[in-house]
Design a protein around this ligand. Structure first.
Ligand code: MSK
Length: 635
């Protein structure tokens, strides 16, 4: 574990404050967990049955297997794919919630939601083979939502629609040949848990393939979540806002939107606009919404809401003393928020039936009464504001300008200004001309096994120096936002000559009121599907399978089960994936070799682990160079 806690100046100030008031943050708790148990750390601890935990003790007679006889490779494979099952459940359940909402909108059951982006609805409908000619918007929306819900429990054995309608033909062939193409999200995830039950599958390869099938369900669930969220709330366009704790305003009612699901946060944004008067009547200058984690990314992309901070530093937003309410939905929300809120006037409001924190305020969010639910939450925040202790307010004067909102559509719109007929060619031409080396996707979380945000920033700046076009989602994108990489100055500071030239061309064509950023923020965790769509377009345009395109992914500070699922489908879809923390597959050389070496032969994609960010960046550049070199040789 690193001694340096964070590279974020605002976070450093707040951590000092936490020390002053004697509050132990996640940074302290991470330290208290050291030293880690080697068995758990390397994945050779099995807790799947009640006879366990069993650990692999190679030198002890009888100890080189679990009580049931499971070898290290079985234990490591089972543990790894169970992460995938958790991640795929989270993403696909998120998607299901959005699909149900769209269905209810189409059926006229929800008055506070509507189809906002009709163009996207038509595009998605056509993509998945739904007739649009001569039909009404709601009729089509109903079919799209029904098709999405069908992915979760269909009885017929048909490949999942959002996979078949997005992936390239050659990639679909790979998925079918390797027998990992899913036909039913719920089935594949349930089957994976069954497969890894005690006394079931002990073949590590078979287990890993089961894991990849569930990982593809993660992809399918997030791809439909992205599409349907855009249909309901609009597809983001470039927005200018700000990021870091300095975005919290001392004179306003501050409400943080935290979690992942845009169903509530979008409505809170709408309600807040209507309730400025109530906040002013309470003596505030208005309402200030800020985002944390991926709900933050959703409302940043569509509404330009500022970012307060990312995963590891979520507690610190409360330590500013000016956070009146933190509204949370699902995923990545620390239970510790509640105890910290007790030191202040802050209201923690949980809203979803599957995410409650003991002692916090629970307001069951009801889509049928969404705007009123949102208004109730805002009133709680206004009430809390009245109890705020001005003497406790301490907001770091740290923030950076952010240019975000780069959904695939908005990115292509910029490319279109240069090549109206074939926008993606703007990117692939620049690669083929050697101006840029390729594309790197930054995804994933924070992980306090390293220094907060350091891997993200170091790898991005190293890649930029090497002329790599950068896109990002999730907490990685928020790290860039806070550190000033999501604005034009970032380009001037860090980009290599080729990347600078490419950006200059885009800037001249885009004619935005501000310069384009060094890293293009594509949205939340589920919006990794946008990045994959970009990769698929590159593959089609270059006439290559995904295994050959100059595209890499990195999760420099991966933490959640969802990150394992995302990484795994990236590998199955042909992408090299860097992970910046040591993962618990290293306890079995067999499993570790399969995911880092053999995977490349089968899928073209593979994992590599590298905790040193400079070395990781060098390897990513090397992979892009290798792919470009091979492509040049093919000509
Ligand atoms: S919020 S999954 S910490 S990216 Fe999507 Fe951030 Fe990772 Fe949660």
């Amino acid at each position: 574990m690193s001694e340096k806690r964070t590279i974020d100046v605002a976070a450093t100030q707040m951590l000092d404050k936490a020390k002053e008031i004697g509050f132990l943050t996640t940074f302290d708790r991470a330290k208290a967990q050291e030293p880690r148990c080697t068995f758990g750390n390397t994945g050779i601890c099995c807790r799947i049955c009640l006879q366990g935990p069993c650990r692999i003790l190679p030198k002890k007679p009888g100890g080189n297997r679990g009580i049931c006889g499971a070898a290290d490779y079985t234990i490591v494979a089972r543990n790894t794919v169970r992460y995938i099952a958790g991640g795929a459940s989270a993403h696909s359940d998120h998607g299901r919630h959005i699909a149900e909402t769209l269905l209810h909108v189409a059926e006229g059951k929800l008055k506070d939601y509507q189809v906002t982006d009709t163009e996207k609805l038509m595009r998605v409908a056509k993509k998945i083979g739904i007739e649009t000619e001569g039909r009404g918007v709601m009729e089509i929306a109903k079919d799209v939502a029904t098709a999405a819900l069908d992915e979760y429990g269909r009885m017929h054995e048909e490949d999942l629609t959002w996979i078949t309608s997005n992936c390239t033909d050659s990639r679909l062939e790979v998925l079918r040949k390797t027998n990992i193409m899913p036909t039913n999200i719920n089935l594949s995830i349930a089957q994976l848990l069954h497969q890894t039950h005690v006394g079931n599958d002990s073949d590590p390869i078979n287990i890993i393939f089961g894991g990849l099938k569930a990982a593809l369900c993660d992809y399918d669930g997030m791809a439909l979540a992205t599409d349907l969220s855009d249909i309901l709330f609009g597809t983001g366009v470039p927005v200018v806002t700000e990021a870091n704790l300095g975005a919290i305003k001392a004179d306003k009612v501050n409400i943080a939107l935290h979690g992942h699901n845009p169903l509530l946060s979008q409505i809170v944004v709408k309600a807040a606009r209507e309730m400025e008067g109530e906040a002013k009547a309470a003596g505030a200058a208005g309402i200030n919404l800020v985002g944390i984690c991926c709900t933050g990314n959703e409302v940043l992309t569509r509404e330009g809401v500022a970012i307060a901070t990312n995963f590891a530093t979520q507690e610190l937003a409360i330590l500013t003393g000016a956070m009146d309410a933190m509204v949370v939905d699902v995923q990545c929300i620390m239970p510790s928020l509640r105890s910290l809120a007790e030191c202040y006037h802050t209201k923690i409001v949980t809203t979803m039936p599957i995410m409650k924190i003991p002692g916090s305020y629970h307001l069951a969010f009801d889509e049928h009464n969404a705007i009123n639910s949102a208004k109730e939450i805002i009133r709680l925040a206004i009430d809390a504001y009245k109890k705020r202790d001005a003497a406790k307010v301490c907001i770091p004067d740290v923030k950076n300008t952010v240019v975000a909102g780069f959904t695939l559509e908005s990115l292509l719109n910029i490319f279109k200004q240069i090549n109206a007929d074939n926008p993606i060619k703007v990117l692939t031409d620049a690669i083929e001309a050697g101006e840029i080396k390729g594309v790197a996707l930054f995804a994933g979380c924070n992980n306090l096994k390293g220094t907060h945000d350091e891997n993200h920033i170091t790898i991005a700046t190293e890649l930029a120096k090497n002329d790599v076009f950068l896109v990002a989602t999730g907490c990685a994108a928020q790290a860039f936002a806070k550190e000033g990489l999501l604005n034009g100055e970032g380009v001037q500071k860090y980009a290599g000559e080729g990347l600078k030239k490419f950006h200059a061309r885009l800037n001249a064509a885009a004619k935005l009121t501000t310069e384009l950023p060094l890293v293009f923020h594509m949205g939340s965790c589920v919006d990794n599907s946008r990045a994959q769509e970009l990769a698929n377009m590159m593959a089609r345009e270059m006439g290559l399978d995904n295994r050959d395109i100059p595209y890499v992914a990195t999760a420099p500070e991966a933490m959640s089960e969802k990150a394992v699922a995302i990484g795994s489908w990236n590998v199955a879809l042909g992408n090299p994936v860097h992970v910046g923390v040591v993962v618990p597959t290293v306890g079995s050389s067999l499993v570790n070799d399969v995911v880092t070496k053999i995977a490349e032969d089968v899928f073209g994609g593979f994992f590599f682990w590298e905790t040193d960010p400079v070395k990781a960046a060098a390897r990513l550049v090397e992979i892009l160079d290798e792919r470009n070199w091979k492509n040049a040789m093919r000509k």
